[in-house]
Design a protein around this ligand. Structure first.
Ligand code: F0G
Length: 462
């Protein structure tokens, strides 16, 4: 028999057992909803949204096994059985010795920042994330970006745009001294760079340098499985390794982690803080009772911890992650084919449109990504989000806006939720907006909250 076959298509490694109905809206309805929301897609009601690409956070479809797990929730205040299942999953798949559940990722960020950062400390990291940096700053630290320069260029095709520039870190150590650097904040699948991975080689170099200076590495492992998939695809020596083993190897090069389980780990709520150091664990378990709850539930119900334990197991499966990243690539390739300017290489959790190149007639202070997200919603009811000057916020010392190189609109793909046909509809809508882009005017900010302004800021047409 001839075994030579053409490369075949992949498909989702699941079938659909229950559906949630969507509502289509008219142009007039969307126009009204958008004005009501002050041109901020975070302020839209979800009932007014058709395809929701706002975020991949807490929006996954859980499996039948996870739902079954919800039914065996042990809702004891202390020592819930589900806590021990979760702890075992974290130890087995990630290799961290100690784990404290938190209500979501930022709960873990709050605790680790409070414990480890002192006033005047420097926290280097591979690009900021909004909540992570804010907690570091509230604890008295200053975040310093040490990602490679390629990450700030949407058209640079470096395969690991999440890499740390080791020389930048060395020079920070020289200037401030290692004592002022409590840890390096390293994210896998760097969200703000467009879901770009860090390589194992780079992590190893970083480990060697930090060990030499006694600096810890705290890993933002929110999308670690997606990063592992890219290592398998792109890094020499990893083609035949499983995502599971790559994930574990990544974690082994770090000292502790914060996790928003709402992404990779396939649950609608939850997170944790993990570490290997017993003294740090003792401090964190003391702190968690102040902000989250007892160290065996951390703000979660027993059933949530059970769903998370099962979600972690499913998230590191090769077939799952191939289909997950494959769907994102499908949409990205459609947009590239239509010559829409997007961040390349295509990232793990979404497509990021380069709003500066999409709307070159607008200045950054006219909020091009914010207005582009609004226009996409107006066209089709597809909800996306701004990842540019609004998300970047203001410099805490000067009060001026940060002016990030990347002014992006994120089309975030929820895990196991939408079909290929939904992706086609999204691509058609973006193309339509692209054809009419010259008519798009900028926005003025009319309300600006103090913290994480992108969530609640309001705008009007300028
Ligand atoms: N770290 C990263 C890389 C994230 O993407 C997020 C959340 C967090 C930490 C915080 O976790 O939301 O559970 O408190 N990102 C969401 C997003 C909000 O839409 O990208 P959380």
């Amino acid at each position: 028999m001839d075994r030579k076959r053409k490369k075949r298509s992949w498909a989702e490694p699941y079938k659909i057992k229950m559906v949630e109905l969507l509502k289509m809206t008219s142009y007039e309805e969307r126009k009204k909803a958008l004005e009501h929301a002050g041109y901020n897609t975070f302020l839209l009601r979800s009932r007014d949204v058709y395809i929701d690409l706002l975020t991949d956070s807490g929006t996954s479809a859980m499996s039948d096994r996870q739902w079954a797990g919800m039914m065996v929730g042990d809702e004891a205040y202390a020592g819930s059985e589900n806590f021990y299942h979760l702890e075992a999953a974290v130890q087995k798949y990630y290799g961290y010795r100690y784990m404290i559940p938190t209500h979501q990722g930022r709960g873990a960020e709050n605790i680790i920042s409070k414990i480890m950062i002192k006033q005047g400390d420097i926290v280097p990291g591979n690009m900021y994330f909004t909540t992570t940096r804010l907690h570091q700053e509230l604890a008295g630290g200053t975040f310093v970006d040490i990602i490679i320069d390629e990450a700030h260029d949407s058209q640079n095709t470096h395969p690991f745009k999440g890499n740390v520039n080791i020389e930048k870190l060395e020079s920070l150590i020289k200037i401030y001294g290692a004592k002022k650097i409590p840890y390096v904040s390293v994210a896998t699948s760097v969200n703000m760079a467009g879901g770009q991975p860090i390589s194992m080689e780079n992590l190893r170099e970083l480990r060697a340098l930090t060990l030499k200076h006694g600096i810890k590495i705290i890993h933002d492992m929110t999308r670690v499985a997606e990063n592992a998939w890219f290592i398998k695809q792109r890094e020499k020596g990893y083609q035949n390794k499983s995502v599971k083993s790559i994930v574990k190897e990544i974690c082994s090069l770090t000292d502790g982690a914060t996790m928003s389980a709402k992404k990779d780990a396939l649950v609608n709520i939850g997170g944790f803080l993990a570490m290997n150091d017993k003294a740090l664990y003792d401090e964190a378990s003391n702190m968690v009772v102040v902000y989250e709850g007892l160290h065996t539930y951390g703000g979660l119900a027993g059933r949530d911890m059970e769903a998370m334990a099962i979600g972690i197991t499913e998230s590191v499966d090769d077939d799952h992650i191939r289909a997950r990243v494959g769907q994102v690539e499908y949409l990205g390739n459609k947009l590239l084919h239509a010559k829409i300017p997007i961040v390349i290489p295509i990232g793990g959790h979404g497509i990021f449109i380069d709003a500066k190149r999409f709307l070159p007639h607008l200045k950054q202070t006219q909020f091009p990504a914010q207005v582009l997200a609004a226009e996409i919603y107006l066209d089709s009811g597809v909800r996306t989000m701004e990842r540019g000057i609004v998300s970047a916020g203001r410099n805490k010392d000067t009060g001026d806006h940060y002016y990030p190189e990347l002014e992006l609109v994120r089309l975030t793909i929820s895990r196991r939720v939408y079909t290929q046909a939904h992706m086609d509809v999204v691509a058609e809508s973006i193309q339509e907006v692209f054809q009419n882009r010259k008519k798009i005017r900028g926005l003025k900010m009319t309300y600006e909250p103090k913290y994480l302004r992108f969530f609640q800021a309001r705008f009007k047409k300028s």
